[in-house]
Design a protein around this ligand. Structure first.
Ligand SMILES: [Mg+2]
Length: 416
């Protein structure tokens, strides 16, 4: 079996003005939908980043896939590396971490190849990763402070403006009512630390049994993070990227407080070794979009197990193909015992057949396959590709977007 065609379709999807420490989500988010066809007529699908650097990398490397056997993932890696020498990173300079183009492009193509393998073998994708150890994967409610969506922006808003602890609690209650989530993660680093502490305390009072996390994305200096730990450390499941950079994380981790998690200072295998050596983190977030695909994410899980580290799962804003892949990977990662992150409730749209994948008590059932177990709705794909073409936006830039709301906004990380 040989690959004979690769189709890349960028899409734009209406987004919601969710805040983080470097700015705010734009009017739309961008994704690339990948379709890979074999000479036997099998088609594998995938979803990845839609920004210009990632899309350009995928386009450059796609020619090199022609003639490849979809079972030869090592050869895929070699072909992607030789197609993209010195490719650098995919992220805008205002982002707080960097993902390598070769990792993102390999990952983008690996999922469709695994989808083909699953379809060929008539087995779900998770069976190619060692098999599922759970038939449902748990997700937490991903909570954001947010602006009200400007009237001129496309798509619907959720909850209007959410800029106080009370409003955030109302948002959390609404997400629980709608999806049944049993745990919470707050995207912090937005309001003064005292207000974010108050928000977490309100969540604890309202949901006494639920695991709670906060992720300020490096917004705090070490003394501020220690103050936060002193105030609410005993109610946190873990604290995600409270301070910026490996050294600051290691300094904070050396003082007794809550476990530290990261998706900013450990995003490549070499950094796992460094973080382990200096004790900078206790939990690493996997993500099949940059941890060298599903197989890389499984290897990360094993590495974390060997090092006595925990593993959780990161999310970017995404659609149902990515969600299906996340569920297969999480189901096949035995030590992934935390609820995963997902932005999925924050979008009203999808490009998969049958509409959005449903949550039940905050969990998603592992698709039965074959392969990923989800299919593209061609009309929806065409609609959101046309929408992409109608937009000027070609990259994510949260800081520029923030200046539309606050003209003199300065991105300062850490701020407090
Ligand atoms: Mg994070």
């Amino acid at each position: 079996m040989k690959i004979q065609k690769v189709t890349l379709t960028p899409v734009a999807i209406p987004d919601v003005p969710l805040l983080n420490t470097k700015g705010v989500h734009q009017a739309v988010f961008l994704r690339t939908i990948i379709e890979i066809e074999t000479d036997q007529g099998l088609v594998g699908i995938g979803e990845s980043y839609g920004g210009a650097r990632a899309l350009t990398g995928m386009r450059k490397a796609s020619e090199a896939l022609i003639g490849l056997d979809p079972f030869h993932l090592n050869e895929l890696r070699l072909r992607v590396e030789s197609a993209l020498p010195d490719a650098g990173g995919i992220n805008a300079p205002t982002m707080l971490t960097q993902h390598q183009v070769v990792d993102a492009v390999y990952s983008a193509f690996e999922i469709p190849l695994l989808d083909i393998q699953g379809k060929f073998l008539e087995r779900p994708l998770c069976d190619l990763l060692g098999g599922a150890v759970r038939d449902r994967v748990g997700f937490g409610a991903y909570l954001f402070y947010k602006f009200e969506k400007p009237a001129a922006y496309p798509g619907k808003d959720f909850f209007g403006e959410v800029m106080t602890p009370d409003a955030l609690l109302a948002e959390a209650k609404a997400l629980v009512d709608r999806y049944g989530f049993g745990s919470f993660k707050l995207k912090g680093g937005v309001l003064e630390p005292s207000l974010e502490i108050e928000t977490m305390q309100l969540l604890r009072d309202a949901f006494p049994e639920s695991p709670l996390r906060i992720d300020p994305m490096g917004a705090w200096r070490v003394p501020t993070a220690l103050n936060v730990c002193h105030a609410i450390g005993d109610i946190l499941e873990y604290l995600e990227d409270p301070v910026r950079g490996m050294d600051a994380m290691a300094e904070l981790a050396s003082k007794p407080q809550v476990p530290l998690a990261t998706n900013l200072v450990v995003v490549e295998f070499e950094q796992v070794v460094e973080a382990y050596r200096n004790g900078a983190v206790q939990i690493i977030l996997s993500d099949h979009h940059y941890w060298r695909g599903a197989t890389g994410s499984i290897r990360l899980g094993e590495l974390c197990r060997a090092g006595g580290l925990g593993i959780s799962m990161h999310s970017n804003t995404h659609l149902g193909i990515s969600l299906a892949a996340m569920v297969h990977v999480a189901a096949a990662t035995p030590n992934l015992t935390y609820d995963c992150d997902t932005h999925y409730p924050w979008t009203s749209h999808d490009i998969i057949k049958g509409g959005k994948l449903p949550f039940d008590k905050g969990t998603i059932k592992v698709p039965e396959g074959p392969g990923l177990g989800v299919d593209i709705d061609p009309d929806a794909l065409a609609e959101f590709h046309d929408f992409y073409r109608s937009q000027d936006l070609r990259d994510r830039e949260d800081t520029d977007e923030m200046r539309k709301y606050i003209p003199d906004y300065e991105r300062v990380v850490p701020r407090w």
